[in-house]
Structure formats: structure tokens, C-alpha cells
Design a protein around this ligand. Structure first.
Ligand code: HEC
Length: 191
């Protein structure tokens, strides 16, 4: 009986050992941490990222008009995001609960955070960027500059709308007013 108990205990501890080493291996390969220097830069990186996208799209809007600006976003939004990410040696992308491009659909945790930011906004709280489980998130709020391409029918540009309908038949990213949560900028370390 005693031997049986002893071997049971040994088996149990062996199992626990395997379990422990497994989880360490899983966490180190799945989640890479930001370095302290990267972490210090994150608020500035997300701000610069938002500003560069807005600058790029506004320049196109005023020089070439809304239709060409949408076509530009269609071709270049993802490569532009990638090039900014590469310059910072980080992974950066945008997600939305109402995506225009289905490649920008959120994960379950990203969607939960979007909903959290929406509630906070309704309650009049100030929205802060957040760092959770090694991922940095920054809310994207609509300004007047977004509405020609993401707004309600009274401020959506008809020329933009025509191109949006053609390029994104399943578009969900319209109907916004100023000051709403449009989505998130997500930043992670490079794998
Ligand atoms: C010239 C039209 C235009 C303007 C202005 C514009 N966007 Fe967009 N936006 C687009 C297009 C087109 C896409 C889809 C890009 C793609 O295919 O990845 C997009 C995608 C996005 C996405 C990624 C999620 C999704 O829906 O696919 C976010 C977030 C976003 N826009 C936020 C904004 C915000 C915030 C502003 C204002 C500061 C803004 N946009 C201004 C045209 C525009």
C-alpha cells in the first residue's frame, strides 16, 4: 500500500514537472516582452503612427480628391503600416469592430477592449493607452478628418463612397460621428 502511494506521489510530481516546463516553453515562445527602451517609446510610437496615417490621407485628399485617397488607402494602408512598423522594429496594426477591410477584424480580446473603451467614453472617462499581456493598445477616435470616408451619409463624400463600395463590398466602417471609438492601434514586439 505504502509503495503504491509512493509511486503515485512520484508520478504526480513528475506530471507537475512536465506541466511546469511545458508552460514555461509555451510562454517564452508565444509572448515576447518589450524591452525597457521599447516600452518607454510606445506612447510616442503610437502617436507618430496615427499622425503619419492622417497626414498621408489628408495630403491625398487635398491634392487628388476623395476617390483617389480611398484608392490610395486601399492599395497602401497595410504596406504603409508595415513600413512604419519596420522603422520602429515593432509589429503595428489597426483593428476595428466595424472593419472596412476584413483583414483588420479584431481578436476576441481586442474586441473586448474596444467595447471597454466605448463604455469609458460614454461614461465621460478619459481614454488611456493600455499595456496588457505584453501588447500595447491605443484607442483610435474619429475626428472631423475621418468623416468623408467613415461618416454618416450627410458628411460621407459621394466620390469616396463610390470607390469604397467598389473596393469594399462588405464595408462596415461608415456611419461614424466625430469623437467615437473607431478601433485600436495594436503594437507588439517583433516575433
Ligand atoms: C480617404 C478616405 C479615408 C479617410 C479620410 C480615413 N480613412 Fe480610415 N480607412 C479608409 C480605407 C479605404 C480603409 C481600408 C484600408 C485597408 O484596406 O486596409 C480604412 C481603414 C481604417 C482602419 C482599419 C480598420 C478597417 O476598418 O479596416 C481604421 C482604424 C481607420 N481607417 C481609421 C480612420 C481614422 C481614425 C480616420 C481619421 C483620422 C480615417 N480612418 C480616415 C479610408 C479613409
Amino acid at each position: 500500500m505504502r509503495t503504491l502511494l509512493l509511486s503515485f506521489l512520484m508520478l504526480l510530481s513528475a506530471l507537475q514537472c512536465t506541466k511546469k516546463s511545458d508552460s514555461i516553453a509555451a510562454s517564452s515562445s508565444a509572448v515576447k516582452e518589450f524591452s525597457a527602451a521599447e516600452r518607454a517609446q510606445l506612447p510616442l510610437v503610437s502617436k507618430t503612427f496615427k499622425e503619419s496615417l492622417l497626414k498621408e490621407v489628408s495630403t491625398r485628399m487635398s491634392s487628388e480628391g476623395p476617390a483617389a485617397a480611398v484608392a490610395y488607402c486601399h492599395e497602401n494602408a497595410l504596406p504603409l503600416t508595415d513600413s512604419i512598423a519596420k522603422a520602429h522594429q515593432l509589429k503595428i496594426y489597426r483593428v476595428s469592430d466595424k472593419p472596412r477591410n476584413s483583414k483588420n477584424a479584431p481578436s476576441t480580446s481586442e474586441l473586448a477592449l474596444i467595447n471597454h473603451y466605448k463604455e469609458a467614453l460614454l461614461e465621460g472617462r478619459k481614454l488611456k493607452d493600455s499595456l496588457s499581456a505584453g501588447v500595447y493598445y491605443s484607442p483610435l477616435i474619429t475626428s472631423g478628418a475621418c468623416l468623408k470616408c467613415h461618416g454618416t451619409p450627410d458628411n460621407l463624400s459621394p466620390q469616396a463612397l463610390a470607390v469604397i463600395k467598389e473596393k469594399y463590398p462588405a464595408d462596415k466602417a461608415a456611419g461614424y460621428k466625430e469623437g467615437e471609438v473607431r478601433g485600436l492601434v495594436v503594437i507588439t514586439p517583433l516575433p
